[in-house]
Design a protein around this ligand. Structure first.
Ligand SMILES: [Zn+2]
Ligand SMILES: [Zn+2]
Ligand SMILES: [Zn+2]
Length: 432
């Protein structure tokens, strides 16, 4: 790896952490420490049409690939530039139609394999030290059985999907041992590219960004400009100081963060935040009751909360799996598919995953208007939900359009002088 490219920083052996990155000069608050183009990347399926597949530019009038009609580009240069990667999927998407469904990790791994053929580089050398140490233990000391069964199953499913959807276009796929390793590395070293609202845009591998060790009190933040990661100082950094990034959502208390880091990155964080736990009390604020709850009571409530969160995640997964299964026979407009999508939308709303809810709503609303009678409260409420979601996500034109559809039904069903009707009218008026 060419770290000489990153001026002002150097690779070093961080005590107890293996590789790390440190500053060789002073960085002021907000200063760009370095930028790193993606080694390999993939646009998430949900953002197709809104972003250029090649440069991730977000704009209205992208044009689509004439063959598959699924990939969108700024212009012919972006399309040409993307072809070496897009060709892995273009023909397959046409051939499989709606049954084309590799996970994003599989899509990224396929691209990494393809890229390695052309520009070989050993990702093994860029890594979160603890993580790879463990991964190496797994693979080279054949400790694979320690990988818990759920992860193992997912891994096998990923490898199967890679063979299923990509083997025609990648000659000589690595053997299953090497693939297991590659998936683990990409899972560990991969990044999700997010927009300014933290909506998921895609996944990528950024070797230099992966060099930074984790801290729950990081001195840099990673943002994205297209497919380039930019690393900026969010604290003053002095020469000789290690540069720390955060790998996880920092909202949660120390115990949760440690669990998450151990589970995904295989190490226990020893940062100041984790040792002082200075924010834990505020993060875990308990109501002041006349008889304060016992420690066990609090613990069991934490346990309950974590279970509920996990249940919802599984519920959504179950909805998606069942839709995938039913999708072999049913179209998206089939009422049983619509029922599952409606459930999934509800879960998304509960989990405040607005983008997820919106994309389900979009799929539901059209067939709803076909299946239900001309005036239906189910149709009106779906347009209403969708319209409000759009407005919340600052999609004004779409929002107003959906609200007007709801209004047309409501004016008949609720009557023109109903306060709900007045409310929706006001919401539309406010957008002008
Ligand atoms: Zn482009
Ligand atoms: Zn195509
Ligand atoms: Zn920490």
């Amino acid at each position: 790896m060419k770290n000489e490219g990153i001026e002002g920083t150097e690779r070093f052996q961080s005590p107890g952490k293996g590789n790390g990155l440190r500053a060789v000069r002073h960085f002021a608050l907000g200063e760009l420490v370095f930028a790193c183009p993606a080694y390999s990347y993939v646009l998430t399926v949900n953002e197709r049409g809104a972003h250029c597949e090649h440069c991730f530019t977000r704009k209205e009038d992208l044009f689509k690939c004439g063959k598959c009609k699924q990939a969108y580009y700024c212009n012919i240069d972006c399309q040409r530039g993307d072809w070496p990667m897009h060709k892995l999927e273009c023909v397959a998407m046409c051939a499989y139609g709606e049954n084309w469904c590799p996970s994003e990790t599989v899509r990224l791994v396929a691209r990494v394999i393809m890229k390695q053929v052309k520009t070989p580089f050993n990702i093994q050398k860029h890594r979160f030290p603890f993580c790879t140490w463990l991964v190496l233990c797994w693979f080279f000391f054949s400790d694979l059985d320690k990988m818990d069964s759920e992860k193992e199953e997912m891994n096998q499913a990923d490898i199967a999907a890679l063979h299923h959807f990509y083997s025609r276009h990648i000659r000589d796929l690595p053997d299953s041992q090497a693939l297991t390793e590659l998936f683990a590395q990409v899972n560990c070293n991969g990044f999700t590219i997010e927009d300014e609202e933290l909506s998921h845009l895609g996944s990528a591998v950024f070797p230099d960004v992966a060099l930074m060790n984790h801290s729950c009190s990081p001195n840099v933040i990673v943002t994205y400009k297209g497919t380039v990661a930019e690393v900026r100082a969010v604290k003053e950094i002095n020469p000789g100081e290690e540069i720390f990034n955060s790998y996880i959502d920092l909202l949660y208390p120390t115990e949760d963060r440690r669990e998450r880091l151990l589970d995904s990155y295989f190490f226990t964080c020893q940062c100041t935040e984790c040792t002082t736990k200075s924010k834990d009390k505020a993060k875990m604020e308990i109501k002041k009751l006349s008889s304060p709850p016992e420690t066990e009571e609090i613990q069991s409530m934490v346990h309950y909360a974590k279970n509920v969160i996990e249940e919802f995640r599984r519920l959504l997964e179950m909805c998606e799996l069942s839709m995938e299964k039913m999708g072999a026979i049913f179209t998206d407009t089939n009422v049983y598919m619509l029922h599952m999508m409606y459930q999934a939308m509800g879960v998304c709303l509960y989990m405040q995953d607005w983008d997820g809810a919106m994309s389900y709503g979009e799929k539901i609303v059209q067939p709803y208007s076909v299946h239900y009678p001309a005036y239906s409260l189910n149709v009106a409420s779906m347009y209403l939900k969708l319209g409000r979601l759009y407005l919340g996500l600052e999609k004004k034109a779409q929002g107003v359009k959906a609200l007007k559809k709801a209004l047309a039904v409501m004016e008949v069903a609720h009557g023109k002088d109903h306060h709900y009707v007045a409310e929706v009218k006001r919401e539309i008026e406010e957008q002008k």
